[in-house]
Design a binder for this molecule. Structure first.
Ligand SMILES: Cc1cc2nc3c(=O)[nH]c(=O)nc-3n(C[C@H](O)[C@H](O)[C@H](O)COP(=O)(O)O)c2cc1C
Length: 205
């Protein structure tokens, strides 16, 4: 069974290079990653008062994230930080307090930019939020994709052959491995605990 991956693109732009990178990652591991792009452009700005009767967009977004096995953030950097729309989505998913839908979800962070430092600032701000959200984030390969432009993609919006596609392929494989490792470890730990509980119950029988 492929893992269900929720992709959150930090750009609302139709022709977003980050959206194209996200699509390329899905295309490269389509066999093992069942990817869905999650809409964030329609989320009302997070307001705690709204949680008394959450708007349908909050409900829909939280359900989509809750159902995912892993989260892939693909985002531009805006003014050396997280684009507002993405930060808003993170805030919406993180609340109400104690009910964050991001809790324990394995994640990877990719930032792409025409600039040379590849959205490093935004990448680490997303990572910082993930630490608080208790999300195991893939460490390597880091993905600050610099010098990315429309020319990096073919007419179908897929990455052209070259070093960028090679790096994104390594990344897609590593992300699949990361999600698998996290879920498999949890499954084995749960099995161990169940066996231990059974053994203890027999001892006391
Ligand atoms: C408001 C704004 C701020 C930006 N700030 C940065 C920045 O800090 N660093 C950077 O590398 N590019 C910056 N850019 C350029 C974006 O990297 C570029 O527009 C990129 O194509 C946006 O990603 P997208 O194609 O996925 O929408 C900025 C663009 C906008 C619109």
């Amino acid at each position: 069974m492929p893992y269900k991956i929720a992709i959150i693109v930090g750009s609302l732009r139709e022709g977003s290079i980050n959206r194209k990178v996200a699509r390329s990652i899905c295309g490269l591991r389509g066999d093992n990653l069942d990817c869905s792009m999650i809409e964030i452009g329609d989320l009302p700005l997070y307001n705690q008062d709204l949680d008394a009767n959450p708007p349908e967009q909050y409900v829909r977004f939280r359900k989509q994230i809750a159902e995912a096995d892993g989260i892939l953030f693909c985002s531009p950097e805006y003014n050396r930080g997280i684009p507002g729309a993405l930060k808003n989505a993170i805030d919406v998913g993180s609340r109400p307090y104690g009910q964050s839908v991001f809790d324990k979800k394995p994640a990877a962070i990719v930032t792409a930019s025409p600039g040379s430092i590849g959205g490093f600032g935004a990448n680490h701000q997303i990572r910082q939020a993930c630490v608080f959200l208790n999300m195991p984030v893939m460490q390597q390969p880091e993905a600050y994709l610099g010098h990315v432009s429309d020319d990096s993609f073919d007419d179908a919006g897929c990455l052209k052959d070259g070093p960028l596609k090679d790096l994104v392929t390594v990344l897609a494989n590593a992300f699949h491995g990361w999600v698998h490792m996290i879920h498999e470890s949890r499954r084995l730990l749960a099995e161990d605990s169940a066996h231990a509980a059974q053994a203890k119950a027999k001892e006391h029988a």
